[in-house]
Write a protein of this length. Sequence first.
Length: 77
Amino acid sequence: MSWARDAVAAIRKIVLIEDRMETLTTRVKTLAESYTDLDRRLVRIEAKFELIERMGVAKRRALPAKSSRHNDPKKSE
């Protein structure tokens, strides 16, 4: 009967390993979905910062240049 016990023990180990693999697979899928969600959110944040930077540069360029005559007190006298 020793071989029967060994066979049953081996089958139990296989079943246990399969159960652990299924649990691990589920966890990996959950992590992959979380990663995808975080990646999408990061891309949106990056896009917002780029837009803010572009808007800031556009506003600075739109300001009129100061006249050099107003800045030099010798020329106005």
